[in-house]
Design a protein around this ligand. Structure first.
Ligand SMILES: Cc1ncc(C[n+]2csc(CCOP(=O)(O)OP(=O)(O)O)c2C)c(N)n1
Length: 642
């Protein structure tokens, strides 16, 4: 019988011996590796947090005590231990378990996460509410070293130092963000780790300090100063102590007994306490230990060889195309600089980072800082490209408005993972970028429809538009609607100059119009064929290219030539391009049009394969066909061909 089978409720963990706990940890790791090999997911961070999760469940009752998992990409062991083992095979699949903690998935999940560095704030709120209500459960946050180095985490620590709420922070320090962690805090934690082996020495020195006698006030002050500077040198975690938290550690984050003992010691401290646990990202699965960045998150892989499944390595993605293009432009223009917020590889900047070391900045998980930093760079005539995932740009909206757009600075924001992202689900879908940035004055927003269009967007953003520019493109394989033109010979690629608002007629037709935004063009083309072949309906397709500006010329072209219009975008319908086009047509006096708007609905879209999600929310080719048929009058070109 496996140890896991002995656990029907988390409290059963308390009955296990430590050797049994060790076996349990291996069983959990085996399950994780197997499930992630089939379903994809965040492997390396989860492998590194097994013992921490086991220890938390051994000490606390997490259905009552409230622990917030930061980012939430390390919650698989927690899910396995809290009654979800029988559903773990459904992880990240449509209708199955989410890859992140989710309030409505289990009573054991204290807070929904996905974006980094929210855990201490949420836990602080829990602690304040608990105290107001006169309750007495435990509250805590488990946070990685990279997530701790963001503004939001510092804001929470700063607040806690003031409130002194009883709360436990577990710092899961593996020296890594997705890539190696960067920044001054990372260096500080590294010093503590190095000093870890000298802990004994520290204890001896502290004992020695206590023995220094104190004579007279000046001597006393001097001795105090010496004591405190020596303390800074040898006592780990002083920065946290100075902020008003009790610091415990560092401890071995893979030794459950040591973690449990430390938590037990910390539990009764009546204030904020931080336990510093040293862990290894990818622990227990050698390919992930050797290459934690590669196994941070990703697609399916072969269990035996650990090689990515074939589908994963085929064809260039939009991320690759962006990476290739920026390298090409940077080879000719030395003012181009690139900024990432801890997502160098994910945003396609690894090549740039290697080749142009001084022109590349990884600022850590700090999207707000990344944008204002870019604003400063732009004022020195550099051409900053900030590459983020669409969803993470949400937290930097004010910096975009106040620091970049208001001053009309030339900063290019490249938003990868725009639109649906599939299995990562609602925390990661890039659902709002067009709506969010479209309302901001001075801004150009480009939504390229294929690889060539993306190359042109990056080129024009660098050279032709001296204002804030947003370029949004999705996850996954890049379409190429112009296969005659080579994508690979970058050095002699012929970029096309585009006027802001310049649209492209992608297919001619007269019965109805499909207004396509970005990569929705692929689905429009399929619907176009189906409407023509099955129903003899000829549709025109306009690829608007720019979500902003939408030119008057385009509005007049649509208004004069079409009565039946379907707009398609993989962005929220609220504040999207469809809404604007409808309003502008009406305003221009074209007020009798039949219009259908397809886009992301006014609810959070679940996780699952993108193709399935597109069908459910009706933005795929079938939905486009259906929309056209629904607005053409019966008998008016919508008889199905026999
Ligand atoms: C706001 C935000 N930006 C970027 C990310 C992408 N991201 C996910 S995990 C991660 C690194 C987290 O590192 P750490 O907190 O140290 O945890 P570890 O994975 O090392 O356990 C990043 C950058 C995110 N989730 N949220």
């Amino acid at each position: 019988m496996s140890i896991l089978e002995k656990i029907s409720v988390p409290a059963d963990l308390k009955k296990l011996s430590y050797p049994e706990i060790d076996r349990l940890c291996s069983e959990i790791r085996n399950i994780m590796v197997e499930v992630v090999s089939k379903n994809g997911g965040h492997l390396a961070s989860n492998l590194g947090a097994v013992e921490l999760s086991v220890a938390l469940h051994r000490v606390f009752d997490l259905s009552r005590d409230r622990f917030v998992f930061d980012v939430g990409h390390q919650c698989y062991a927690h899910k396995i231990l809290s009654g979800r083992l029988n559903k773990i095979e459904t992880l990240r699949q449509y209708g199955g378990l989410s890859g992140f903690p989710k309030l409505n998935e289990s009573v054991y999940d204290a807070f929904g996460t996905g974006h980094s560095s929210t855990s201490i704030s949420a836990a602080a709120g829990y602690a304040a509410g608990r105290d107001l209500n006169g309750d007495n459960y435990y509250v805590g946050a488990i946070i990685g070293d990279a997530s701790l180095s963001t503004g939001m985490a510092f804001e929470a620590l700063n607040h806690l130092g003031h409130t002194k709420s009883k709360l436990m922070i577990i710092l899961n320090d593996n020296e890594m963000a997705i890539s190696p962690n960067v920044g001054a805090l990372a260096v500080y934690l590294e010093k503590i780790r190095v000093g870890w082996v000298y802990n004994k020495v520290k204890e001896d020195i502290e004992a020695l300090l206590k023995m220094i006698p104190v004579f007279g006030s000046n001597v006393a002050k001097f001795v105090e100063r010496v004591k405190s500077s020596l303390k800074y040198l040898v006592v780990p975690g002083m920065i946290f102590e100075e902020l008003g938290l009790k610091y415990l550690g560092p401890i071995d984050g893979h030794n459950v007994e040591q973690i449990v003992t430390t938590i037990e010691n910390a539990k009764d401290f009546d204030g904020p306490v931080i336990i510093h646990a040293i862990t290894k990202k990818g622990k227990g699965y050698s390919p992930a230990e050797a290459a934690p960045e590669k196994y941070h998150s990703g697609g399916l892989f072969c269990l035996e060889t650990a090689a990515p499944s074939k589908a994963v390595c085929e064809n260039k993605t939009y991320t690759d195309i962006f990476g290739d293009t920026i390298m090409d432009l940077a080879s000719k223009e030395n003012k181009i600089v690139c900024i990432t917020a801890a997502m160098c590889d994910g945003t396609g900047l690894s090549g740039f980072a290697l080749k142009y070391k001084t022109r590349f900045f990884d600022v850590g998980i700090c999207e707000q800082h990344a944008l204002t930093f870019a604003a400063g760079l732009s004022l020195t005539c550099q051409i900053p490209f900030v590459a983020l995932y669409s969803t993470f740009s949400q937290r930097a909206l004010d910096q975009f408005i106040h620091d970049i757009a208001l001053q009309n600075l030339h900063v290019v924001l490249c938003l990868d993972r725009a639109g649906l992202v599939g299995e990562d689900g609602p925390t990661h879908h890039g659902a709002f970028d067009i709506s969010m940035f479209k309302m901001v004055p001075n801004v150009i927003i480009m939504a390229p429809s294929d690889a060539h269009e993306l190359k042109n967007a990056v080129y024009n953003a660098a050279y032709n538009y001296k204002c804030p520019v947003v370029i949004r493109y999705p996850k996954g394989k890049a379409e190429n609607f112009n296969p005659q033109k080579s994508l690979s010979e970058d050095c002699c690629y012929e970029y096309e100059t585009l006027k802001p608002g310049q649209y492209n007629i992608a297919a001619r037709g007269g019965d109805a119009l499909l207004v396509s935004c970005g990569t929705a063009l692929g689905e429009c083309k399929i619907a176009h064929c189906e409407l023509s072949e099955k129903y003899s309906i000829s549709c025109e397709i306009i690829d608007i290219r720019f979500a902003k500006p939408i030119s008057n010329e385009l509005i007049i072209e649509i208004g004069e030539r079409f009565e039946h219009i379907v707009c398609i975008e993989e962005n929220s319908l609220k504040g999207g391009v469809g809404e604007e086009i409808t309003a502008r047509l009406y305003e221009a006096g074209y007020n009798s049009k039949k219009v259908k708007l397809l886009g992301l609905p006014d609810r959070f879209v679940e996780h699952g394969p993108n193709s399935k999600l597109r069908g459910i929310i009706k933005i795929d080719a079938a939905a486009i066909t259906e929309a056209v048929l629904s607005i053409l009058k019966p008998g008016e070109k919508c008889q199905k061909k026999e």
